[in-house]
Design a protein around this ligand. Structure first.
Ligand code: BGC
Ligand code: NOJ
Length: 827
């Protein structure tokens, strides 16, 4: 069942009912100011850091769901309604929500009055601009009252939601004409305020929540709205809000357009106030308001936003026989990559914005899906991340975007972290050909006095693995690897201990974590990423270092075949007792997904047929119609030696959920191994555009990936196996966005940036006749046509570039050539 449809020409998803199976959201803003907005206008705004600079309030995990947003209320002679249906939930005569690239349009109609709301964050602008057009579509004159509504958050979202003894007494506002300013703590120790404006006169306002809503009422029945009149309240402590009140009369056919702005302003210390030393200096706010105070300026801002996305999405376009693939690659997957790049895992409808900053592993992986869009921003991000590394190659697991400093509460010692840096730097060089990133001086632990080149950072990353091996010569598992929930040194039996940061004191003598527990996943990630480091060294002419690094990779592969090959797939780990995890010998959790793809792509045990055997086992044991589960069978009891993983009921999250992020690694591996049909099968099980038809089961947005889908074991814990199978959770902020972008565009469609240039090596469904693609790459335009006359999955028989036959499948780079016409014939 569907709740809307794709409008590819406009790059929009059109939601046709407000009652989606979960709030379906969009993100506004790509630079400093961000808003989350649901299909009923719920959500919130923040500046740069969703925890430390929260602008409006939102109520997570609320009943009913999705409470807090930018609401417009209309009281039309006693009929009270919102254009986005919620929170009043008066049945509308018509409703539509269009989520587009950086904007959302919500339209509602009731009793002959039509309201169209367009929300966006303009380029280079710290505010959300909202245009409301009201049209009287009836044949009689209409008089009604309109109320806007936003609730201020007192900046630090964490403090805001628990420090009530203080916060109920600190809220401050200022009102100047039609502009309501939020200035809590501005006098004392903040250099920022926020405002909510409208480009017209108003007939009243409210700035105190209880006066507007009423202590025992809710967002669905605010007293002022029911009364049809604002109370002109002035907040002084308690909960400051901003609500404009306007009486409007429209003749039949007449329209009125208003532009509202929710803005954020920072002021230099010596210019914070007017001469009286009290009134806030509003110069910057007024400039911001003037920028979008007419519908014409609004339209120009929207046009600029569209041009921005035209440009970004013009860098890679594909035309394949499947329109759902085209829609994912050309629009939504790339869009999601921008969002995950910007927000890491901080703020979504599942991430509260206060829990997590930027993740070392997460943000490095996000670069993989984003780097072609704005390589300069990717470079800056890579340097920020690498700056939180330690001289021995270890690193902080997370950092805060406002300070860019490592987060000491979480600390480090996640065994996979350093390797992702090698991958992101390699991806940057492959995209841009800009080797100079290796010469950048990058601090350790943000201390510039101990800065080293980026190349040195790669070296310490690589050797951090080599220097931390366990008894089988496999990497130590430490606190966790990519799977945050495999915590082999935790042995937690006390509530409240964080599985990621707590290590059992019994390992104190070993330096904090077990020196026995080893991660096969990190071993495979090492053999997959390591060759990039070797290629970089060779390019720089450092042949000895390259040979030494290659020897470590070869040794790791040998160790894997000796101690980590289980006969039909690779083991997952050795636990702290030296026992196998992810083996046929185990009672549960016999096979895990994570090591397999990287091992296949590194040709570990290739001659012994490991790839074929592993892919067959994956198909048999892990695959389902909704994607590949993480492990099988699911754990049905608590295995204290494994950590968080078995705390989840079977079928959810890391315990046999369909963790879409690592599905991509198998898609890549199947494609790499030449099995394009198998790769595409797995791709189409999870790609959102393909799951649209089952939105009632899937529940989350059909235009973006979520982190997790209920696996085949979901419900097994309560004897109802299959319950919630296929149900998505944790949409938007997931490494799946980047990795599936890589999987489809590079591994399946085969347009792969490489160190020496663009490589074209598709691994597609055999039924396809071919495909075409355009790619802007290192300053030139590539037009690529792939023909598949023999209907195979993989193999390039010949390639011509600008009419000339070329050896192999890497397009030779010519300095002055700006247009490349490439024809690839598979066979
Ligand atoms: C979740 C993981 C997440 C981790 C880190 C765990 O509880 O299951 O998916 O990565 O927390 O916050
Ligand atoms: C989500 C986290 O953000 C990511 O870092 C981790 O790899 C996965 N969960 C798996 O545990």
């Amino acid at each position: 069942m569907k709740f809307g449809k794709f409008d590819d020409a406009n790059r929009e998803y059109v939601i046709t009912t407000p009652r989606t199976p979960y709030p379906w959201i969009n993100y506004l803003g790509t630079q400093g100011f961000f808003s989350l907005i649901s299909n009923t206008a719920g959500g919130y705004s923040f500046y740069k850091d969703a925890r430390l600079r929260r602008i409006t309030r939102y109520r997570y995990n609320n009943v009913p769901i999705d409470m807090g947003g930018r609401y417009f209320y209309i009281n039309d002679n006693g009929t009270v309604w919102n254009p986005g249906w919620s929170p009043v939930k008066t049945e509308l005569d018509a409703y539509e929500c269009r989520h587009g690239m950086g904007y959302t349009i919500i339209s509602g109609k009731k009793n002959g009055l039509a309201a169209k709301l367009t929300f966006f964050v303009p380029q280079d602008y710290d505010g959300e601009v909202q245009q409301l057009t009201l049209t009287n579509e009836s044949d009689a004159e209409k008089s009604f009252s309109l109320f806007s509504f936003a609730e201020w958050c007192l900046w630090d979202a964490q403090d805001d939601s628990n420090n009530f003894q203080r916060n109920f007494s600190t809220g401050r506002v200022e009102i100047d004409g039609s502009v309501i300013y939020h200035k809590t703590e501005y006098r004392d120790r903040r250099n920022h305020y926020a405002f909510y404006s409208v480009n017209d006169s108003i007939d009243g306002y409210d700035t105190d929540r209880d006066s507007f809503i009423g202590l025992y009422n809710g967002f669905h029945n605010p007293e002022a709205v029911l009364a049809g009149k604002a109370t002109d309240s002035f907040a002084d402590g308690w909960a400051p809000i901003a609500s404009h009140y306007k009486k409007i009369s429209l003749k039949p056919g007449e329209s009125k357009t208003l532009v509202f702005i929710l803005g954020y302003v920072e002021m230099p210390a010596d210019q914070k106030f007017e001469a009286d030393g009290k009134t806030i200096n509003k110069v910057k706010a007024k400039e911001m308001i003037a920028k979008f105070d007419t519908p014409e300026k609004f339209a120009a801002g929207m046009a600029e936003l569209k041009a921005y996305w035209d440009k970004l999405l013009g860098i890679l376009t594909v035309d394949t026989p499947d329109e759902r693939v085209n829609r994912m690659v050309n629009i939504w997957n790339q869009y999601q990559c921008m969002v995950t790049f910007n927000l890491s895992r901080s703020a979504s409808y599942f991430e509260s914005g206060i829990g997590r900053g930027m993740g070392f592993r997460d943000s490095n992986q996000d670069v993989l899906g984003f780097v072609h869009q704005i390589p300069d921003r990717a470079k800056e991000r890579i340097i920020d991340i690498a700056s939180t590394q330690f001289p021995d190659g270890g690193c902080y697991h997370q950092y805060q975007p406002l300070t860019k400093k490592g987060n000491a509460d979480i600390g480090g010692d996640f065994s996979d972290d350093p390797l992702w840096l090698i991958l992101s730097v390699s991806a940057y060089i492959k995209e841009t050909g800009d080797w100079s990133i290796l010469d950048e001086m990058v601090p350790y632990d943000n201390d510039m006095s101990v800065a080293q080149t980026m190349l040195e950072h790669l070296k310490v990353s690589f050797y951090h693995i080599v220097n931390n091996l366990g008894p089988h010569g496999l990497p130590l598992a430490m606190r966790a690897d990519w799977n945050d929930c495999i915590n082999l040194s935790c042995f937690s039996d006390t509530p409240g201990e964080s599985f990621q940061t707590y290590t059992n004191p019994k390992f104190a003598a070993e330096g904090g974590y077990s020196k026995t527990a080893e991660s096969v996943m990190v071993a495979a990630l090492f053999t997959y990423t390591g060759p990039n480091y070797v290629a970089i060294l060779k390019h720089l002419g450092k042949d000895d270092e390259a040979a030494a690094a290659q020897a470590e990779i070869d040794k790791m592969k040998k160790n894997m075949m000796e101690s980590a090959w289980d006969g039909d797939w690779f083991l997952r780990a050795y636990d702290a007792n030296g026992e196998k995890m992810g083996s046929k010998e185990c009672e549960e959790g016999q096979i895990f997904i994570e090591p397999q793809g990287f091992a296949i792509m590194s040709d570990v045990g290739k001659d012994e047929g490991t790839a074929e055997k592993t892919l067959a086992a994956i198909d048999e044991r892990l695959n389902t119609k909704f994607g590949l589960v993480l492990n099988n069978p699911a754990y049905s009891k608590y295995y204290i030696q494994y950590g968080e993983i078995s705390t989840y009921p079977g079928g959810y999250k890391e315990n046999a959920g369909i963790f879409t992020h690592n599905n991509a690694w198998i898609i890549c591996a199947a494609a790499y191994a030449g099995k394009g049909d198998q790769a595409f099968k797995y791709y189409s099980e999870i790609a959102p555009a393909f799951t649209e038809e089952t939105s009632d089961i899937h529940k989350t947005e059909p235009y973006v990936y979520g982190q997790m889908i209920g696996g085949k074991d979901a419900g097994s814990d309560i004897g109802r196996t299959g319950k919630n199978f296929g149900q998505g959770k944790n949409s938007w902020l997931t490494g799946t966005a980047a990795w599936n972008m890589v999987a489809i565009s590079q591994y399946i469609l085969g347009v792969q940036p490489d160190f020496d240039g663009l490589r074209i090596d598709p691994s597609i469904p055999s039924a396809w006749d071919g495909l075409t693609a355009t790619r802007q790459f290192r300053g030139a335009n590539y037009k690529i046509r792939v023909e598949n006359p023999s209907h195979i999955c993989k193999g390039v028989k010949s390639m011509t570039v600008n009419g000339k036959e070329v050896e192999g499948c890497v397009i030779p780079y010519e300095k002055d050539c700006k247009e490349y016409n490439v024809v690839v014939t598979m066979g």
